[in-house]
Design a protein around this ligand. Structure first.
Ligand code: PRP
Length: 179
């Protein structure tokens, strides 16, 4: 269906939709009556973020931050670059960072540490995917969609060298070429 580099669909559109609704309900219940700012960690989280916020049934303000690990390869290099900061002053506010995936944990560890210095009332993380077996630093998401095995995944916002972000499902990228 897609190109030969896509091995299989790991998480279908229907599964993503259902889990996103569950996460949105939990977030709506947890933050009812509070001022909530949701921050999309670009670029990978943009598709999940757009679907998630539309399922949240309390008032929410949105912001974006751009963070990328150096390099265009398949692993995180360990250093995170913030090329666009959030616009809000988050002091005293409730903040949820929204990510597509927690892999080594380096990106979110860096971002949460940096944002925590600005004294938010609370700071939590929602990630569609989590690969616990790849952790290099101690980090846990607060709202996690799916824990997945150590396979290279693309689609639904996730890329390989900037490709495949537009696939509607989370797919496994074929890292070993067939003979
Ligand atoms: C990916 C992903 C997370 C991060 C997770 O971003 O979107 O932000 O890596 O990896 P980690 O837990 O090992 O830090 P990437 O730097 O590839 O940028 P992108 O969002 O633009 O794809």
């Amino acid at each position: 269906m897609y190109d030969k580099n896509i091995e299989k669909v790991l998480i279908s559109e229907e599964m993503i939709k259902q889990r996103t609704q569950e996460l949105a309900k939990k977030i709506s219940d947890d933050y009812r009556g509070k001022r909530l700012i949701m921050v999309c960690v670009l670029t990978g989280a943009m598709v999940f973020f757009a679907d998630l916020i539309r399922q949240i049934n309390i008032p929410v303000e949105v912001d974006t931050i751009v963070a990328s690990s150096y390099g265009a390869g398949m692993t995180t290099s360990g250093s995170v670059r913030i090329s666009k900061d959030i616009k809000y002053d988050i002091s005293g506010k409730h903040v949820i960072l929204v990510e597509d995936i927690i892999d080594t944990g380096v990106t979110l560890k860096t971002l949460t540490k940096m944002l925590a210095t600005r004294a938010p009332e609370s700071l939590k993380v929602c990630s569609l995917l989590d690969k616990p077996s790849r952790r290099k630093v101690d980090f846990e998401g607060d709202y996690v969609g799916f824990k997945i095995p150590d396979e290279f995944v693309v689609g639904y916002g996730l890329d390989y060298a900037e490709k495949y972000r537009n696939l509607p499902e989370v797919c496994v990228y074929r890292t070993q070429q067939e003979n």
